[in-house]
Write a protein that binds this ligand. Structure first.
Ligand SMILES: [Zn+2]
Length: 410
């Protein structure tokens, strides 16, 4: 047995349509003791809930309920708005929006209704008594993301035409996987920052009401995310001083050392109060791409590839780079920031660091890659231990303590 390992942020692949059997595979084969399984939209939320409820995996899977910024355009603040008015209102583009693209977008989902459903599900999960924690995630802001031409990541015919015929479903799955092992073509269209902020703030309010930790996605908006969260917590504290969001995880953190310093400063900690802890989570794919473990076989997440192919300079809050420049491999993008990553980990207080994969667990466990999950986590663990000058045992202890603190269990 290797060290006790957890994954503070993982997913189902955007093309995963069913999780039957996955729970027991995880229960039997995983050397990862706990995984925070993020939902990103109304489709995968149902799968996350199914896995969390399956008795086999209920101790391993921590359900995370939220709407990711990459799916924010699918939700409407006003449930009665027309299809066209909604999408023309939330999509930002310097060019006019192609009618054939608009047609691919599904009927918008009322966000207030979806919020109610999320809150009900959270309450139910917590009431069943077997779990103490649910996480609000993945939520956040992304200044670089562009909507795929398909309308959203994971938009497949199979999603709408479930026949119950297994063979047919499998066929669909396979062809999807074949087509989409590369980055799906991206449109020049972005989701307006106003709309992303609306979706994000509503979910901060959800975390506040349920007093649950959050797992936050942020790309090129590190100043904005800091201001938004700080403003939300400090203004709400005025009315309800004993309530709070107990933990904030800035997952796969790609901000600058200076942005991170702001989060861990005395001033910020005072403003947040003792009851709110801030964590930075690191993954092999984004944060330590040059680590020595082979990447073969993990089927590295499509979502990560989108970020990687679009991110030239992690760490700045600058405006999104020109659309259409899809250059650079994962390694090239991040090799420049390798020294930045080392500086960051050196600077961070030891009680703020978490580890994650940000990858799809169905890919790990539906094939022969089970052991790859713990290998990927160990790669980050070792990298952090090297930078901090910790022994593996010491690092494991510290990072596990942090995980328990994040969940509010320490
Ligand atoms: Zn994620």
């Amino acid at each position: 047995m290797g060290p006790y390992l957890y994954d503070s942020h993982c997913h189902l692949s955007p093309y995963c349509l069913a999780v039957d059997g996955l729970g027991s595979t995880i229960d039997n084969d995983s050397s990862v003791c706990q995984m925070a399984l993020m939902s990103t939209n109304h489709f995968d939320m149902e799968l996350v809930l199914q896995l969390a409820r399956s008795s086999a995996s209920s101790q391993v899977i921590i359900p995370c309920i939220g709407v990711h910024p990459w799916y924010s355009h699918l939700f409407a603040a006003n449930g009665t708005v027309s299809h066209e008015d909604h999408y023309l209102g939330v999509i930002k583009s310097s060019e006019s929006i192609s009618p054939s693209f608009l047609q691919k977008l599904p009927a918008p989902v009322s966000f207030p209704s979806h919020m109610t459903r999320m809150e009900q599900q959270i309450t139910k999960l917590l009431q069943d008594g077997s779990r103490k924690v649910v996480i609000v995630g993945e939520i956040g802001i992304d200044k670089l993301f562009r909507i795929p031409w398909s309308g959203f990541l994971g938009n497949t015919e199979a999603r709408y035409n479930k026949t119950g015929d297994n063979d047919k479903d499998n066929e669909n799955n396979n062809s999807d996987t074949k087509i989409l092992t590369t980055v799906p073509p991206l449109s020049p269209y972005r989701v307006s920052m106003d709309h992303q902020l609306y979706i994000f703030k509503e979910q901060l309010a959800l975390a506040w009401r349920t007093q649950l930790p959050i797992s936050v996605h942020c790309v090129k908006a590190h100043g904005l995310i800091y201001d938004t969260i700080m403003e939300f917590i400090t203004s709400n504290k005025k009315h309800a001083p004993t309530t709070t969001i107990p933990a904030i995880c800035l997952h796969s953190y790609t901000g600058s050392v200076d942005s991170a310093k702001r989060w861990v400063s005395k001033k910020t900690r005072e403003k947040l109060g003792k009851k709110t802890k801030v964590f930075f989570s690191f993954s092999k794919v984004l944060n330590c791409p040059d680590s020595d473990i082979s990447e073969q076989g993990t089927g590295s997440d499509i979502s990560k590839q989108i970020i990687a192919s679009d991110t030239s300079k992690p760490g700045t809050d600058s405006d999104a780079s020109k659309p259409g420049t899809n250059s650079g491999s994962l390694k090239n993008c991040y090799s420049k920031s390798e020294t930045e990553f080392i500086k960051l980990v050196q600077m961070l207080p030891e009680d703020t660091i978490l580890i994650e994969t940000d990858l799809s667990i169905d890919k790990y466990y539906n094939g022969t890659n089970q052991s790859q999950h713990s290998c990927d986590l160990q790669a980050v663990l070792r990298q952090i231990c090297n930078i901090k000058g910790w022994s593996l045992d010491q690092g494991t202890t510290v990072l596990n303590d942090n995980w328990n603190k994040f969940k509010g269990e320490a």
